[in-house]
Structure formats: C-alpha cells, structure tokens
Design a protein around this ligand. Structure first.
Ligand code: NAD
Length: 478
C-alpha cells in the first residue's frame, strides 16, 4: 500500500513566551515559594528543559488556602451569579483569543500533537467555561433545590494527560457555583495552568478566587489534607485516589474521584468496519493512549476478527509518529520517562505472558520519549495487558462469539469508566449499553466529549460526575 509522504508543517513556537522560572499563583499574584524549592519541566519530545517551576510545600499551600477563604467570604461567595458569570464569560473569551498560544504551550509541555491540542483540547476548554458561565445565574433551576449554596474552598488535583482541559473541568463548575479554588497541576505539565493564571489576571478576576500551587505528590497531599478545604476533587490514578479517600474519610470534606479505566470497545459482526477501524484508532491512539477512558481492550466478534485486524493494521501503518508541533502528526511523545518505562514494562509482560505483539514499521526520533503504536493479539482475560491500565498507545485484542460473552468480558474489569459498541442495530446498542457497567457508553463513535454531558466512573474508576448539570452537584450544598 502506498503511504504518502508529507512535507514538514511545523506550527511556530514563537507565539509562546515561556519564562525561565515560575512562582506560585496566590491571591492574584505570582510569588516565590516559601519552600525555596523548584522543579524542572521538560519538553518530552526533545528532553529540553522548558522552565523551573516552584515546588509548593505545606506552608505555601496554607497561604493559598487562606487566600481562597478570604476571597470566598469577602467577594466571590456573596457575589450575584450574574456577576460571576461575567467573569467566566470573559475568561472563556480570552481562552478563545489566546487559544493558539495555549495549544502550542500544551503541546510542548505535554507532548500531544498540535492538531489535538488545537482542535480538541482548546475548543473543549473554552466550551467548558462558556457552558458553566451560563449556569452561574441559574443555579436555582439545576434541580438541586430552590436555593443551592456553594461549599466554600475547593482543593483540586489534576493529572498530566489533559492539563488545561482537566483544569477547565475542575475550575469552571466550581467558580460558577460560587466556590473559590486552589488547584495543583501535575508536576510534568504545569505551564498551561500558569498561563491560565495570567488569564485570570487579564480578566480582572478578584484576587484569591483562583490559586495555582505547583509541585509533586507531596504538594497534592498537603492540599487535600488541609483542614480549611471544604471540597476535594481529584483526577488521577486509582492508587492515589485511594490514599486521598483515606485522608478525607471522617472529615466534613466532600470528595469526587475520577480515576483510571480499561474500557472495552466492542465490535459486532454487523458493524461498518472502516468506520469501526477509525473509532478503534481514535479510541486507543488519541493523545498517545494517555486517556483514562481510552478503548484499550478491543473485543471483536470472532467471525470478523481476521478481516477487522487486517484493516486495522493497514490503517496503523499510516499513523504518523513524531514532532508534536507538526500539523500532520497523529501520535506525539510519551509524556515522561517514567510513563514510557511503565508502558515498556507492561508491553514486555504482554509478550512474556504469551500474547503476540505487532507494531507498524515506524522510525522513532532519537531524542525524547517515544513508543510506536502497538497491537497485541492472542490476549486472554488473565493477562496483565488485559487487566491493568497501560496509559499508552497499546491495544489488547480479545475475541467473543455471542453478545452475552461480549458483555461478560467487557464487565470483567475492576474499572468502569467508558465503553464502545459498534453495530448497525439500534436495538442491540440499547440492549448492550444497558448491561455495561461503565459511566459513558459510546455507540458507533468513541472519545466524544461535550461540556453538557456528565462524565465519571463505576467501581475503581471513581465516584461523582463532572460535566453537565450533574457536574454542579459536586460544588453545591442543597
Ligand atoms: P497520579 O495519580 O500519579 O497523579 C495525579 C495527580 O495527583 C498529580 O497532580 C500528582 O502530583 C498528584 N498526586 C500524586 N500523589 C498524590 C498524593 N499522595 N496526594 C495528592 N495528590 C497526589 O496520576 P497520573 O499518573 O498523573 O495520571 C494518570 C492517571 O490519571 C491514570 O490512571 C488515568 O486513568 C487517570 N485519569 C483519570 C481521568 C478521569 O477523568 N477519570 C482523567 C485523566 C486521567
């Protein structure tokens, strides 16, 4: 098959002004950390150090929480919803205006392809702020009682796979509902959150309403343990989610957890195969597979397995891996050396347990963190690659014969975040979706997101919902 060559089409980096050092954003200003510590953030595609970013300790977190409390009591809590909405609409518009800058910065700090940060992350980030801005003066109509009240100060901890989008999922509903926030971005991807802090200044958001404390796990732990936090929202691994649940247990703090996943993408024998192949590719290779709701387990009906896999492999040979800033790139860099190591180790375990590994011929850049798109066939349900979240561009393929077997295998996981169904029959979509223990079920599509639609998990994927009217519930007391 002919694979067309493309000329390089790099997006310019010059639009972004990366500072050599960043402080913490507390009470509307950038300040040096009391800790005196900092940490480097690198471009995972080149290993170039982008900046030194402050590492907040418990005393810095305390300053941020105090600022958030003051802002909540004096300004943001008492403010009319229609006035809060004006600030949120203003932030949303500035995000749109500066979206190219934000997209380039996201791609260089995270490694994701510019076509995703530009066409998926940033439009969704703006849409989240617009959507929740619309709710700020209509909380009485959210179905949460006639006069729902904000909770107070929210402590929010987010991961590195969608740095700015996860920030939007956390901050937009919290602010719309009248809470103030202290947010900790992930240690490998702090830069867009710090640019967002500048956007808060540009929007004249009252000081202390949004505070950004950068740092690693210890900073996050100090935030969730702080006694003056009313609400904890966490997105990240199930393991850290468990620790946070233990910290919060027995306190008055409200908690929502968005954790890992191991989604089944189920293809029935009557599915439109070419469309399904696109959905499978999008399901597992979007964002290098660093997606909690990735379709990482492909369940394909046995009678069409060979044909589907042929078409899938052919499609995978056309995926372009490389420079995240090139507009033709489909798969960018793995976010960190540690994540690359985890993907390598689980893939090696797949081979050792007897599954067959396949990747298209693919030249990887010499520097940076890279992993070729990979497919495992001959996977059984007991294999680690069928059970554990790999969080990389690795697809495990299993087969089934009957719809009942598909459902049984799909639900045979400790997780329950998402699932996909590919079939021509509407009645089958409804019947199967009803039986899947997953928070989101996509039919004849995958990885579709919308701010109006709730998102969240069953079982070890966490509890609580983000997005939509449901997302307000986590930030309001009836
Ligand atoms: P992680 O749990 O290691 O880190 C997430 C965040 O928690 C980071 O900001 C980290 O600094 C912080 N943290 C680490 N230890 C902490 C502690 N003891 N107390 C408080 N905070 C702490 O996860 P990760 O590797 O950064 O992210 C990948 C995971 O996130 C995957 O498992 C993925 O499925 C999950 N995820 C889930 C969703 C969802 O919506 N359900 C979305 C994105 C990612």
């Amino acid at each position: 098959m002919a694979v067309f060559e493309y000329a390089p089409a790099p997006e310019s980096r010059s639009i972004v002004d990366v500072q050599p050092t960043y402080g913490l954003f507390i009470n509307g200003e950038f300040t040096d950390p009391r800790s005196g510590e900092s940490r480097k953030t690198v471009n995972p595609a080149t290993e170039e150090v982008l900046a030194e970013v402050a590492e907040a300790d418990a005393s810095d977190v305390d300053d941020a929480v105090r600022a958030a409390r003051r802002a909540y009591e004096a300004v943001w809590g008492p403010m009319r919803g229609s006035d809060r909405a004006k600030y949120l609409f203003r932030i949303a518009r500035i995000i749109q205006e500066r979206s190219r800058e934000l997209a380039v910065l996201e791609s260089i700090d995270n490694g994701k392809p510019i076509k995703e940060s530009r066409d998926v992350d940033l439009p969704l980030v703006a849409a989240h702020f617009f959507y929740y801005a619309g709710w700020a003066d209509k909380l009485a109509y959210a179905g949460l009682g006639p006069d729902p009240k904000p909770l107070g100060v929210a402590g929010q901890v987010i991961p590195w796979n969608f740095p700015l989008l996860m920030l939007a999922w956390k901050i937009a509903p919290a602010l719309a509902a009248g809470n103030t926030v202290v947010l900790k971005p992930a240690e490998t991807t702090p830069l867009t959150a710090l640019l967002f802090a500048q956007i808060c200044q540009q929007a004249d958001l009252p000081p202390g309403v949004v505070n950004i404390v950068t740092g690693g796990g210890a900073t996050g732990a100090a935030l969730v343990a702080h006694p003056d936090i009313d609400k904890v929202a966490f997105t990240g691994s199930t393991e850290v989610g468990r620790q946070i649940a233990r910290t919060v247990a027995g306190t008055r703090k409200r908690l929502t957890l968005e954790l890992g996943g191991k989604a089944a993408n189920i293809v029935f024998d009557d599915a439109p195969l070419d469309q399904a192949v696109e959905g499978i590719v999008n399901g597992i290779f979007f964002n290098q597979g660093h997606v909690c709701c990735a379709g990482s387990r492909l369940l394909v009906q046995e009678s069409i397995a060979d044909e589907l896999l042929d078409r899938l492999k052919r499609r995978m040979t056309t995926l372009r891996v490389g420079d995240p800033l090139d507009k033709n790139t489909d798969i960018g860099a793995i976010n960190s050396a540690a994540q690359l190591e985890k993907i390598r180790a689980l893939s090696a375990a797949g081979e050792a347990e007897g599954a067959q590994r396949w990747s298209p011929p693919c030249e990887l850049p010499a520097r940076g963190y890279w992993f070729a798109p990979t497919l495992f066939t001959g996977v059984s349900q007991t294999h680690r690659i069928a059970r554990e979240e790999i969080f990389g561009p690795v697809l495990s393929v299993l087969t089934f014969r009957t719809p009942a077997e598909a459902v049984e295998k799909a639900n045979n996981t400790p997780y329950g975040l998402s699932a996909g169904i590919w079939t021509e029959k509407g009645s089958r979509i409804l019947a199967i979706a009803d039986q899947l223990r997953a928070g989101v079920v996509w039919a004849n599509t995958f990885n579709k997101f919308d701010p109006t639609s709730p998102f969240g998990g069953y079982k070890e994927s966490g509890y609580g919902r983000e997005g939509g009217r449901h997302g307000l519930e986590a930030y309001l007391a009836r």
